[in-house]
Structure formats: C-alpha cells, structure tokens
Design a protein around this ligand. Structure first.
Ligand SMILES: *Cc1c(COP(=O)(O)O)cnc(C)c1O
Length: 371
C-alpha cells in the first residue's frame, strides 16, 4: 500500500479550465471577475445576503471581530477546544476570550455552561462547529437575544452542513468559512465572511482592503485594516469546487459511514467514535476522529499507523493550555476536563476527499488489528 496522507484534495472539475482563463485574460489579482462570482454563488448556497472573500479563514475571523467593534475591555465567549484562530483574533483585538468546556459526545461547546459565564462585559458568543457536527444553535440564539449579544459563527469545517435543516454559516450576525485544502471545498488558501447586514458587509470589505475609503481621495485612510484580499486565481478554484459540493458532501458522508462500519468494534475497547447523528443533524465528517481510552493507548496506536504509512493528526490543543496565552497571563488555574481529555486522547485518521474505499478498508484493518 502506498502512503496514505491525512488529507488529499480532489481537483477534477473545472478548476484547470477556470485557472487557465485567469492566465489567458491576465486577471490574477484581487481584481477579477471570479471573486464576485464566487462570493455571490457561495453566499447564495449558504443562504446569506452578502459574501466577502478573503485570504484565509483566520483573516476572516480578524475581520469579523473588528467589524463588530469588539475590543479593549470586551469579553467573547468561545470553546476552549478549537483551533487557535478565533482566540488569536479576540486577543489581538484587545478583548478577552472566555472559555467553555466541550460536550463529551459532540465535542462542541457545552451550551449548558455558557449562561453562567456571561458578564456585563460580554459582547459576543463565538461558536465553532467542530469536526462535522453543528453546535446546538437554539440555546445560543436564545442567550444572544436575552443578553443582547452578537453571534459569530465559525463554520470553517461545515460547508453544506445543516442545523435543523438550515445551513450552518447562516446563523447569527456574521459567519466565517475557510477554504484550506482539507476543508470540504478549497481555494488553496482562502476564506469568506457571510452576513445579512449590508453595513457590516461594507465594513468587512473595507477592513479586507487596508481600509481604503470607497469614496474620497485615494491613499487617505481614517482607520487601520489589513490586506486580506483573495485573488482571482483562488476564486477560480473556489467556483469550480463549489460546482461539485453536493457530490463532495455525499462522498464525505459515505466515508464516515464506511469508517463507522469498520471501526464500531473499537467501542468494545473503550474507543469513542464520532456520533453519526444528533437530534438536529447528520455528521458531515469533516474529519473522522477517534478518542482513545488513554494517552498511552493513543500514542501506541498512532505509532502503529505511522509505521504503516498512514497519516494521522492529533486533536486540537485547548486554548487554556496554550503556552502563548499562559505567557500572557491568561486562563490561570482554569480547567476544562472534557476538552483536556479530548485534546490528549483524540486523533483523526485520513479523511480527505481523495481517499479511496480501498484505502479506508486498509486503515480500518490496521486500526481493528492493533487497537
Ligand atoms: C481551518 C479552520 C480555521 C482557519 O482557517 P484558515 O483558512 O486555515 O486560516 C478556523 N477555524 C476553524 C474551526 C478551522 O477548522
């Protein structure tokens, strides 16, 4: 068996055709027709009025925080178990992330623990849909209404997933997506902000483009922004990928089902598998994660997989245990036992769209033989 990387993207649609068009026409920068087309098509797909394409998902989070005027003295509630991007955006804006533990079954933010952490300084709840199952949104929407909080939805892993039939990325004030190559659709590097609020959309556009003023003299600035623009080349890829998204999602779900079938025996050895569904959604399996009964057991199994040239990734490392935040004096003496266990014992197996069913069988055989 050839090595099986943890992710292989699939670029078999109109990607080359649209990229060739960019080269032939000379439209390669952030000026160019594919960008607005991609923004329009993706925001329509999710069911939002406005899409603002940016250079990556982390950039989208920076813009989302600033566009909502979150800064010094403000608190933003978010899960501790996630990628660093949302916490980094909050901290660099001068605000404070307030962390919440994970639900042991969905691995998402434990919505029952949020209300106790709301203070007069709380400005927003930033939710992150983790690994393939959406956050339970109804309680979040109710809290936001009760306490007049903004909702930022990090849907970077959720293209095409729904919550009670409504698209993820369609909730709250603003949502963000990433198009990194391991996401359901990719632009190489890339991201997008979505909102129904026109003013907010205009503000995001400005922040993406160095805060150039839409009117008035050029090169005169009233505010600091970033160059977080997406290129026409990236948008060309995105457009071609978006054409194939329904098939991609079917493939991902089929892969998840195949893994489940092969790996359910691991549960007798106290391994935890992702939930296949919840009351409000079916898993979309951005990645197929496993939680081992102990760190030692995880390390042993990951070593076996590595020896057999099967790629794996550890789960996210909690925000309250990040050395960079500890150095800043944040999250002192905070503990989140569920998230800590996930971070220590969890890992995921090859889950990319380019994975074949034979490869899934091989990975499954290695896991069941050695767990
Ligand atoms: C991938 C990801 C991001 C960051 O996206 P980039 O495009 O890599 O910057 C943010 N949040 C979550 C939950 C992600 O999975």
């Amino acid at each position: 068996m050839k090595p099986i990387p943890v992710n292989t993207p699939l670029l078999n649609g109109n990607e080359l055709k649209y990229l060739t068009e960019c080269i032939n026409t000379g439209w390669i920068s952030s000026e160019g027709p594919f960008i607005t087309k991609f923004e329009e098509n993706f925001s329509r797909y999710i069911g939002r009025a406005h899409g603002i394409a940016v250079s990556n998902g982390s950039a989208a989070l920076d813009i989302a925080i600033k566009a909502l005027n979150i800064g010094q003295g403000d608190e933003v509630i978010m899960p501790t178990f996630t990628i660093i991007s949302p916490a980094q955006s909050i901290v660099t804006a001068g605000a404070m992330p307030v962390l919440i533990d994970s639900d042991p079954l969905t691995w998402n933010i434990d919505v029952t623990q949020i209300e106790a952490k709301i203070t007069p300084r709380t400005k927003a709840i930033l939710i992150v849909h983790i690994y393939g199952l959406p956050v339970d949104m109804d309680p979040i929407l109710a809290l936001a209404q009760k306490y007049k909080l903004k909702i930022i939805e990090d849907a970077a892993e959720m293209h095409g997933q729904t919550y009670k039939g409504k698209m993820c990325g369609g909730f709250g004030d603003i949502s963000i997506f990433s198009f990194y190559p391991n996401k359901h659709i990719t632009t190489g590097e890339g991201g997008m902000l979505l909102t129904n609020n026109k003013e907010l959309a205009e503000r995001c556009k400005k922040l993406r483009n160095l805060c150039f003023e839409p009117e008035g003299p050029r090169f005169v600035h009233h505010e600091i922004g970033w160059n977080y623009r997406m290129t026409n080349l990236q948008a060309a890829l995105g457009l071609a990928q978006l054409e194939q998204i329904n098939g991609f999602i079917k493939t991902k779900r089929a892969m998840g089902t195949a893994y489940h079938k092969g790996l359910s025996i691991l549960q007798t050895k106290h391994y935890q598998l992702p939930l296949e569904k919840t009351d409000f959604s079916e898993n979309i399996y951005w990645v197929f994660g496993l939680v081992a009964p102990s760190i030692k057991e995880k390390e042993r199994l990951v070593n076996v997989l590595t020896a057999n040239k099967i790629g794996t990734r550890p789960f996210f490392w909690c925000m309250h245990e990040q050395p960079v935040f500890k150095k800043m004096g944040l999250f002192k003496n905070e503990n989140y036992p569920v998230a800590e266990r996930l971070a220590r014992n969890g890992f995921y197996v090859p889950s990319g769209l380019g994975l074949s069913l034979e490869e899934i069988d091989y990975v499954t055989a290695q896991l069941t033989n050695h767990a």
